[in-house]
Design a binder for this molecule. Structure first.
Ligand code: APR
Ligand code: PHB
Length: 400
């Protein structure tokens, strides 16, 4: 029996430049961008590869996100399967209005599911012989305030590992462990009294561009995944039980909320349904010493406007550049600026997501709120200035 650790064998020790916790879009993309600049990393993930590749999330990419993925060699499937959109429809009081992003902001967005990006990233990392450890347990960070922070975990066979890092990136989402090692100085939070019920249906989309529908009964969104698959969302109560929503009930609610004269919502088999919570959450700082937070570990937005993934991509693009100039060129300036510079973009997206959410979701009995929403929707669909504000923020070209 050994003297330490209750007789457990000593961990296997490794060394890398950047230890990355989490193989969601943030962690995988960071590892990919760093590798392109010659920086080595190790990614550890407590879920299985299959789980990571199956998780259903949003699927709307800002123009800048598409460019970044393409420029970093991840465009092959995105360019074939991604569906570009030059605008959205805003619907209220039984009328539908088009907001033209190309005209207003000179930009577009692209539908390409986050789960497909994750598959592309995992394939790229493994093809590059880079290390991703799936199904790990007991992930822990230590010596965060030293020059050599440690990333500890047990692999899927139960063997203990310790990775000596120059820097650690906490990309482990809202429920991860990195935020424990980097306590927040300040947290800003807002919860909303409703959730989204999301469904994936095997039916061709009934629309050319996404429809955001305001309805006294609640918000509805018509999105898509492919020419054969529709993605639809309904506002439901915050504590809603999915079992209460039969497929028939879902289609009936969608039919009522999207109804406009002369347009048909086509129905088809529902393949998957789930409830998504809605919350706004920002924590600062996004860094402690050599531990940097990125993506959902540092901020959550409600899904209206689909900023979550795009914000995560902005964080890791900035972080990859900062860490490269530090670890390869010895210049720490960008790493010092990372936390504050990222937060500006985070707050722009936090405001936009809150604004879209507040304009479109109804609260029973709040007649004053309803009248304000209709006034705001009317203004947004009739004033070029107001429509431009939406278009710039939605496509991600707004200054932060
Ligand atoms: N050890 C290792 N991995 C962990 C741990 C841990 N202790 N805790 C969590 N993880 C993993 C999760 O299993 C998940 O795969 O970290 C990953 C975090 O991924 P995401 O939650 O997807 O967060 P992020 O990569 O920042 O993605 C940004 O954009 O569309 C939004 O919220 C959506 O996930 C999306 C986000
Ligand atoms: C999606 O397609 O999942 C989606 C699109 C737009 C949103 C939210 C989600 O605002």
């Amino acid at each position: 029996m050994g003297l330490f650790g209750g007789g457990r064998p000593r961990p296997m020790t490794h060394r890398t430049q950047v230890g990355i916790v989490g193989a969601g879009p943030s962690g995988l993309l960071l590892s990919h961008l760093l590798a392109r600049d010659g920086i080595e990393s190790v990614v550890v993930e407590n879920r299985s590869r299959e789980y990571c590749e199956r998780r259903q999330r949003a699927g709307l990419l800002e123009q800048g996100t598409v460019s970044l993925l393409r420029d970093s060699g991840l465009g092959a499937r995105l360019d074939v399967e991604g569906i570009e959109h030059g605008g959205i429809y805003l619907q209220y009081a039984g009328e539908r209005y088009h907001v033209d992003f190309r005209d207003l902001a000179g930009a577009t967005v692209t539908i390409y599911a986050q789960t497909e990006i994750v598959k592309d990233l995992i394939a790229a990392r493994l093809a590059d012989d880079q290390q991703i450890e799936f199904s790990v347990s007991d992930t822990a960070l230590a010596e965060i305030d030293s020059d050599q922070p440690l990333l500890r975990y047990q692999d899927s066979n139960g063997a203990a590992h310790e990775v000596v890092c120059d820097v650690i990136a906490g990309c482990d989402g809202f429920h991860g462990i990195s935020t424990i090692a980097a306590p927040a100085e300040q947290v800003w939070e807002r919860s909303y009294p409703y959730s989204w019920l999301g469904v994936l249906a095997d039916v061709a989309p009934s629309t050319d561009d996404l429809i955001y529908a305001h309805h006294p009964e609640g918000f509805a969104l018509h999105s898509l995944r492919s020419p054969q698959v529709s993605r639809l969302y309904l506002q439901v109560d915050a504590d809603e039980d999915i079992a209460a929503w039969s497929d028939d009930r879902i289609w009936a609610a969608l039919q009522r909320r999207f109804a406009v004269d002369g347009w048909t919502l086509h129905e088809g088999p529902i393949r998957e349904k789930s409830i998504l919570p809605m919350r706004s959450y920002v924590r600062a700082p996004m860094r402690r010493g050599r531990l940097f937070l990125a993506g959902d570990a540092a901020h959550i937005v409600p899904p209206t406007g689909a900023k979550g993934l795009n914000l995560a991509v902005r964080d890791v693009a900035r972080l990859a550049t900062a860490l490269t100039s530090w670890l390869r060129d010895g210049d720490r300036r960008l790493a010092e600026e990372y936390a504050e510079a990222s937060l500006r973009r985070v707050w722009r997206a936090t405001h936009f997501s809150w604004w879209m959410t507040s304009m479109l979701h109804t609260t029973p009995g709040d007649d004053f709120g309803l009248a304000l929403q209709l006034a705001q929707l009317r203004y947004t669909t009739t004033s070029r200035a107001a429509a431009t504000t939406l278009a710039e923020n939605y496509t991600g070209v707004a200054a932060a």
